[in-house]
Design a binder for this molecule. Structure first.
Ligand code: MG
Length: 483
């Protein structure tokens, strides 16, 4: 049922004609109702009772635990609420699409209000230990707590803020950027396909297409759909999007075949999912070693643009630090500040301590305080992301968790794989993918995200590895000794 829904979702974003929207919404609602009914069916409860009473091995126990978790969650959500959420999200998204270009906050805010109130109701239905926001977090990052995130994101912000200041000053002075002009689309497509297949993504078990907002949709582990977006004037956009989605795609292709179709062949959390994409995009894809291999080919693909460009200038251009308004275009260092800000504001909105009518002011002030940039219009401010309109509240923090996990995994990988840099310089990604498959991918939901981190790296998530990684990388890149 989930595969069918995923395929409908992928089609909606890539191929479906505009007038298909209404019919597709009804199809999706029908599918989600059937899935909900099956999860709630008494027979499934009987099966689980019976199997839980039997002697089972650790893997079977994990499978039963995760099925029970899905079922318990479904049972707690009244069908009326599930329907309201699905319908309101669809309508709120449409309102967002229409009101954002016009900066029409008056048209959008009532929808945001409705979403928040339905999600509050959902949190109360699901239950929580500390804070209602935790119930939403738990959907994306099982076991996560707002109180812990506050500390993690707060610490990260304290470390990164001075780093952003120093680096953006340096970048302002050096002004590293890629040569302007057109980068032929056909050459871009070939180059992106090469990267994807070198990473180890199987195009026999997946596809790469295009969409306005790139994403990865695992229809089945043997049918993983990625999208990227090409821009003739911005060659870096597709490159890093492809590496990012490719990392997500490798995770989706990496589950154990014997568990296909069960929760053990599903991602454990969004944070772990995002760690896979960010590791390929940033730790690997924005590194010197990676481009020592690929830069000559890149120069050959776009001779009119980058023929004589020194590698060092290219590396600085793709790693330029510059506080800006838009999260998805932000660099590795400022990115987490965008997330810290969203987390604080959405939590306040959700808890009712911030009114929707005050959100725009609060957002603009926070952007000025945190990043030193002035928001010119709501479309570039609190209305920039689709998430809230489709009901994804408690989702943003998983992006930063992904960055934190990626740095921690990568540090362990450096210990486990001899001469990791040399392997990357030779574009020999097999040891990397094998490591990821064995340590992370094949387990699916067998272990929690936290257990996985401890198992792989010997300790729970710790943001200092991300800070260390950024400090070392950028100090070297910009010849700064006291970063
Ligand atoms: Mg992602």
């Amino acid at each position: 049922m989930r595969s069918a829904a995923a395929l409908c979702g992928w089609d909606q974003e890539t191929m479906m004609p505009t007038n298909g929207a209404e019919g597709r919404a009804r199809t999706q609602e029908a599918l989600s109702r059937v899935l909900h009914q099956r999860l709630c069916a008494p027979q499934l409860g009987d099966f689980l009772d019976e199997l839980e009473a039997r002697e089972t091995d650790a893997e079977q126990k994990a499978l039963l635990r995760e099925l029970r978790r899905d079922r318990d969650k479904a049972l707690k959500i009244p069908e009326r609420l599930a329907g309201d959420l699905a319908r309101t999200s669809a309508m709120a998204q449409r309102a967002w699409v229409e009101s954002r270009p016009k900066n029409d906050t008056a048209a959008f805010n009532p929808w945001l209000e409705k979403i928040m109130s339905l999600r509050r109701e959902e949190a109360e239905s699901l239950g929580y230990v500390e804070s209602p926001y935790d119930a939403l977090l738990d959907t994306y990052e099982p076991g996560a707590r707002a109180s812990r995130l506050e500390k993690v994101l707060g610490d990260l912000e304290a470390e990164l803020t001075p780093m952003v200041r120093a680096l953006s000053e340096k970048c302002e002075e050096l002004d590293p950027r890629l040569p302007t002009g057109a980068y032929a689309l056909e050459a871009q497509k070939n180059f992106n396909r090469l990267l994807l297949s070198d990473m180890g993504f199987s195009l026999d078990s997946g596809r790469l297409d295009e969409s306005a907002h790139p994403f990865t949709e695992g229809i089945f582990p043997t049918d993983v759909r990625l999208t990227t977006r090409y821009s003739e004037s911005d060659v870096a956009s597709a490159l890093f999007t492809t590496l990012h989605e490719g990392g997500h795609g490798l995770y989706e292709q990496g589950f154990a075949p014997e568990h296909y179709g069960t929760p053990l062949a599903e991602a454990v959390s969004l944070g772990i999912h995002e760690s896979q994409s960010r590791l390929w995009e940033n730790q690997i894809g924005r590194s010197r070693s990676f481009w020592e291999h690929y830069f000559p080919g890149f120069q050959k693909a776009f001779p009119e643009r980058v023929k004589g460009l020194p590698l060092k200038d290219f590396l600085r251009a793709i790693n330029r630090v510059k506080p800006s308004l838009i999260r998805v275009e932000s660099d590795e260092v400022t990115y987490n500040l965008h997330i810290a800000l969203r987390f604080r504001l959405e939590k306040a909105l959700f808890e009712g301590s911030l009114r929707t009518s005050d959100l725009e002011g609060a957002w603009n002030e926070a952007m000025w305080k945190t990043l030193g940039v002035r928001v010119d219009k709501a479309a570039n401010g609190y209305m920039q992301d689709v998430h809230w309109s489709v009901g994804l509240v408690g989702y943003f923090p998983t992006y930063s968790l992904g960055n934190i996990y990626a740095a921690q995994f990568y540090r362990q990988m450096e210990k486990d794989i001899p001469d990791l840099d040399g392997k990357i310089r030779a574009a020999d990604f097999t040891p990397i993918l094998t490591w990821l498959r064995e340590k992370i991918h094949r387990h699916g939901r067998r272990f929690s995200g936290e257990e996985l981190l401890i198992q792989v790296t010997g300790e729970p998530a710790d943001s200092r590895y991300l800070v260390e990684y950024l400090r070392t990388k950028y100090a070297r890149l910009y010849d700064l000794t006291d970063l």
